[in-house]
Write a protein that binds this ligand. Structure first.
Ligand code: AMP
Ligand code: ZN
Ligand code: ZN
Length: 329
């Protein structure tokens, strides 16, 4: 197969675009897709300071790399979630990238700051791990951004991620999540940073190809807690469709952005106020994250008082509170 630009040997085939590229021209293609995402959705400009949430995986490292190459002021943020060897390894990969490229990196540490890993937070509040983890990440992305004067937080969610979330939301007709599913979530409060997903035009295998061609070393393992997650099932289903019908994922998600989203947009904007405990924006008096950490700390205290035996009291599952929590998957 030949590169459609230079007729050299193709390194990456992109069936949904009927295209194939050599390494250099693939990078050019990738840059164009990301630039187009940023401009089409008005994500940010070169005057904005962008905080890139970096997990050490291919997507977020590729995102950090491409934004810096395209001339954006992109600082990394790594969050230690305390998930054993997985967190250690993802931290190492992120620090290695920052060191090799002279990129600025901020680190937040959940066990150090809150005395518990996200898994312990989940157990103590009877949540599933991914829910406590997602809530913690969203909370810290925003808090670190606001504390350090960033107006935008970028995550490495790609086309496969967004199409899988969309499929999940459609399967259950989660109309409130559907109405808010977008590559850009605007800031609706002075202490709420804009959230953007500049890789929404990039498929997962393209992000992997980018990382390999650019020589970026990333963590290959998935989070051990994601085993059996519904989002993986939706991704598999979409991959089957994509195989038989190249372009299916893109047609589902981009079609939703072009036509579905406007039909679902609701007018009832939620009113945000400052959490009385931490000051972060929330719809409730105390934000969902503070409620989780406070409940977990209380439960740990009770456990310690009673000895090691786990008490049989179930903590109620938190209601809505984080303004941007959500979407299936
Ligand atoms: P995930 O929810 O694990 O699929 O990750 C989605 C995106 O969230 C990644 O592409 C990153 O941008 C961000 N992210 C996930 N885990 C971390 C972490 N530990 N620290 C910083 N950002 C993260
Ligand atoms: Zn070429
Ligand atoms: Zn709070």
């Amino acid at each position: 197969m030949r590169c459609q630009r230079c007729r050299g040997d193709a390194a990456v085939e992109i069936r949904r675009h009927h295209a194939a590229f050599c390494g250099d021209h693939f990078i050019e293609f990738f840059d164009r897709q990301v630039q187009r995402a940023i401009e089409d959705e008005r994500m940010f400009t070169r005057d904005d300071r962008v905080l890139v949430a970096v997990s050490g995986g291919k997507d977020s490292l590729a995102l950090w790399d491409v934004l810096r190459r395209l001339g954006y002021a992109a600082t990394g943020l790594y969050i230690n979630l305390g998930i054993g060897g997985y967190s250690d390894e993802s931290h190492r990969k992120t620090v290695a990238y920052a060191g090799a490229h002279g990129a600025d990196l901020l680190v937040a540490d959940i066990p150090r700051e809150f005395g518990m890993s996200v898994e312990e937070l989940a157990r103590a509040t009877r949540r599933v791990s991914c829910s406590a983890c997602g809530l913690s990440k969203r909370y810290l992305f925003n808090r670190v951004a606001i504390d350090h004067g960033f107006t935008v937080v970028a995550t490495g969610h790609n086309l496969d991620d967004e199409a899988a979330v969309l499929l999940g939301n459609l399967l259950h007709w989660q109309t409130d999540y559907l109405a808010r599913q977008s590559p850009v979530l605007p800031s609706t409060h002075p202490t709420l940073a804009r959230k953007v997903k500049p890789l929404y035009r990039i498929a997962e295998r393209e992000a992997a190809a980018y990382a390999i061609i650019r020589g970026i070393d990333y963590i290959v393992d998935e989070c051990p807690n994601s085993v059996g997650a519904k989002s993986l099932l939706y991704k598999e289903a979409l991959n089957l469709l994509e195989q038989a019908s190249p372009g299916a994922k893109q047609s589902l998600y981009w079609g939703f952005l072009e036509r579905g989203r406007a039909l679902l947009a609701t007018q009832d904007a939620v009113t945000l106020r400052a959490c009385v405990h931490c000051g972060q924006p929330t719809t409730a008096e105390v934000c969902a994250f503070c409620r989780m950490t406070e409940r977990a700390a209380e439960r740990m205290r009770v456990q310690r008082l009673r000895g090691a035996a786990a008490p049989a009291v179930a903590a109620p599952i938190g209601a809505a509170g984080a303004p941007d929590s959500g979407g299936a998957g």
